[in-house]
Every structure is written in C-alpha cells, then in structure tokens.
Design a protein around this ligand. Structure first.
Ligand code: HEC
Ligand code: HEC
Length: 373
C-alpha cells in the first residue's frame, strides 16, 4: 500500500508544477486544470439578410458575426443571470412581442427605481451609424450593451459578478469558446459578452410589413385609406402647408428613420436651458442641441406605445394631435414641425398607413424568442 502512494507522488508533483506555471501565464489568471474549456471551436460565419433598399449594415471588423456568437448573445439577452437578484434580463424591458419594448412610459429596474426614459424598440439596429440611445451617446451596440448591467435603474449588477456567475455556469464556458475560440474560463470577459449580445441584436432585422409587401413585392394592394395616409406621410412640398404633415422629412427612407436628431416640438419650454431632459445637448454640450432626440424608426410603431423619449403619448392619435398643432415654437424646433389640418379622415388615413408598417413575422420569429422557454 505504502509503496503505491509513493509511486504516485512524482506525478502529482508534476501536475502541481504545471498548474503553477499556468499561474504566471499570459492571462494572469488563477488557473487550475479545470479552467480549460473542453469544446470544439469551429465558427460558422453568419450572413445578415436584408433587402437591397436598406443601407449597408455596420458590423465592426473585430466582431464578425457567427452562428455561435449569435446563439450566445441570444442566451445572454434573455438570461436574468445578468441582474443582481436574478429577476430581470434585457428582455424584461425589451419584449419581442412588443418589437422589443415594454409598454411603459419608463420602466422599473431590479431595485424598483424607474429610469427617466422610455424603452426603445430594438429593430434594424445594424443600420444605425448615428449612435444608440435616445441621445446617441453609445457609439456602437457593443458599447451600448455594457450600460444596462451596471445601471442602478436597470439590472444593477457588476460585470465582475456577472462574469464570475457565467464562468461557474454549466453551459456558458462552452458557448464562449464556441463563439470566440477562447481556451480558458479566465478568458471569458465582459468585452466578449457584449460582442455576443451585439451580434444577436444585429440580426433583429424587419422588412416584412404589409407596406413592404405592397410597395416592394407586388403582394396585394393598399386600401384607399392606406393610400391616402401614405400620400400625406410622404408629401414633400405642398402649396398649402395645411396639407403637409412632413413626417417623411424625419422618418423617411426604407428604414422609416435616418437616425438623425431633432427637436420635434413636444416640450413647451421658455428657453433652451429649460428642457427637463436635454437629450443630445447633454452629450454634445451645445445648447442648440438641447431637447433634440433621435427620430426613431416608425416600423412596428403600432406595437410600441407609449410614445416619445418620456412615453408622454399613449396613442398614435395623441401623437398626430401633437404634430398637427405645430409644436411650441422653441427656437431650435425643426422647421418641418408646422401646423397641418387633422380632419378625422386624415387621422384615420395616417394611422391606417402607420399600421401598414407592422411586421408580425418579426415579432414572432422563433430565433428572436426566449431560448429558455
Ligand atoms: C429596466 C429596463 C431596461 C433593461 C433591463 C434594458 N434596457 Fe435597453 N433600454 C431601456 C431604455 C429606457 C432605453 C433608452 C435609454 C436612453 O435613451 O437613455 C434602452 C435602450 C436600449 C438600446 C438602444 C436602442 C437604440 O435604437 O438606440 C439598446 C440597443 C438596448 N437598450 C439594449 C439592451 C440590452 C442589450 C440590455 C441587457 C443587457 C438592455 N437593453 C436592458 C430599458 C432597458
Ligand atoms: C422634425 C422632424 C420630425 C418630423 C417632421 C416628424 N417627426 Fe416624429 N419624431 C421625431 C423625433 C425627433 C422623435 C423623438 C422625439 C422624442 O422622443 O422626444 C419623433 C417621435 C415620433 C414618434 C414616437 C416614436 C417612439 O418610438 O416613441 C412617432 C409615432 C412619430 N414621431 C410619428 C411621426 C409622424 C406620424 C409624423 C408626421 C405627422 C412625424 N413623426 C413627424 C422627429 C420628427
């Protein structure tokens, strides 16, 4: 018996020495043998599918899309492991059924504190070159995804804790290796986590609304009301401004937004200093940017009430009522905010047109649903 134990000792010593050498390795980790992730790394590239009328998607060179990267991102997006008390995920506020919004003027985070702004729809994000959030403050989807975890009004967790939980998880280490080719759990990082989330978000592409079918794919015809609404929405010039809602100046193009920033006249303030939320102005420091917000896409707008950065309007009727009133005349209000005549018929027609932008195939797409259900 004794002899056997002695014979094993040298082997144990060798193992201990190699583990110690790993300690000084390039990752600077507290490596042990079980830090190594056993899985095959064989990345399959993923091609985004989108129609020719859309602009080119923005995919950073250091974050190419792969099937495994998207799968990991989808898991992280729907997993409450990202929150401090395991009750909330990104999807709690960004519900696919509501075009990734939550139906609230502003939402509660895990601490029961409310944020100051309304949840944004996550739709055609890959095509936005002008910054994310209502005020454009995040330059990329990767940068954006860092924010909600540590935001006290959202998931209120530290990234260090999140990464520790993910390293101990039975499946995430394998998924990180399959997505990014890392060899050790200690190489799992928040930078890789947000890359995966961004990959998933880039796949959230919508182009199958009734409007797309009728206007671009010769499938069916608009109703008379939809056609009149379309004409009102897109009218470029009108001899009589009363017939010029001007929506397409700011919500135009195939995406129904060009992601530019405007003051669309919703706030009745006496001076540029007085906007309760300064929006773009807080980011640029330019007083003339106060009260400017990114004009969102109107795709799926039927599903994302309440409306505006603070969720102040509950219905599309209220939104149209605002635009028809011509705003409040603050000096940086966009010149395309002009009063127009809103008859019952105009209202009905514009709303019929806006509802043509609803894409039910997008909200029900199996690849966008909770993978844990
Ligand atoms: C408590 C609710 C809540 C949670 C949880 C949440 N978000 Fe959001 N999300 C918001 C709000 C509110 C905004 C707008 C904030 C602003 O503009 O300042 C937003 C904006 C965004 C945007 C910007 C969209 C655009 O077009 O600019 C993205 C992308 C996004 N969230 C992704 C995520 C991801 C990824 C997670 C999880 C890591 C997440 N969100 C968690 C509420 C939430
Ligand atoms: C001068 C540019 C401009 C014009 C013209 C304009 N909008 Fe907007 N729109 C914006 C901006 C900017 C926002 C976001 C403002 C905010 O949240 O403070 C917005 C927000 C909206 C929203 C709410 C979006 C959401 O996700 O909450 C709807 C709906 C909308 N506009 C519809 C229209 C319609 C319909 C017209 C034509 C009658 C129109 N807009 C004309 C710039 C414009």
């Amino acid at each position: 018996m004794k002899i056997r134990i002695l014979a094993v000792l040298p082997l144990v010593t060798v193992l201990l020495i190699s583990a110690c050498q790993d300690d000084d390795g390039p990752t600077g980790c507290n490596c042990t043998e079980d830090d190594i992730i056993e899985a095959v790394y064989n990345p399959q590239p993923y091609e985004l599918v989108f129609p020719e009328r859309f602009p080119q998607p923005i995919v950073p060179e250091d974050n190419p899309m792969t099937v495994a990267g998207i799968a990991l991102g989808r898991n992280l997006f729907f997993d409450p492991i990202l929150s401090s008390d395991s009750t909330m995920s990104c999807a709690t506020c960004h519900n696919p059924q509501m075009s990734f919004t939550d139906g609230q003027p502003n939402s509660e985070g895990v601490l029961g504190m409310r944020g100051r702004r309304s949840t944004m729809a996550l739709i055609n994000l890959a095509f936005n070159a002008n910054g994310f959030f209502w005020d454009g403050r995040a330059a990329s989807l990767e940068a954006q995804a860092l924010a909600p975890v540590e935001d006290h009004t959202e998931l209120n967790e530290s990234w260090d804790n999140v990464m520790e939980k993910l390293r101990r998880h039975p499946e995430y280490p394998t998924m990180f290796r399959q997505a990014f080719g890392i060899e050790r759990k200690s190489e799992m990082s928040k930078e890789l986590a947000v890359k995966a989330i961004a990959q998933f978000e880039r796949t959230l592409i919508s182009y199958n609304s009734r409007f797309d079918k009728v206007a671009w794919e010769q499938q069916g015809w608009p109703t008379d009301s939809e056609q009149r609404g379309r004409d009102l929405f897109f009218v470029e010039f009108a001899t009589n401004t009363q017939d010029h809602p001007g929506c397409s100046h700011c919500h135009g193009g195939a995406l129904f937004t060009e992601n530019r920033f405007f003051n669309n006249g919703i706030s009745d303030v006496n001076g540029l200093d007085e906007f309760p939320d300064k929006g773009l102005g807080d980011i640029t420091g330019n007083i003339y940017d106060n009260g400017k917000f990114r004009a969102p896409s109107l795709r799926n707008i039927e599903l994302t009430a309440p409306y505006m950065h603070d969720g102040r309007f509950n219905t599309l009727e209220e939104v149209l009522g605002h635009y028809a009133s011509g705003g409040h005349g603050t000096i940086n209000e966009d010149p395309n905010i002009q009063p127009f005549t809103l008859t019952e018929q105009n209202k009905e027609d514009l709303i019929a047109f806006l509802k043509m932008l609803t894409d039910t195939s997008f909200v029900h797409k199996p690849e966008f649903q909770n993978p844990f259900n």
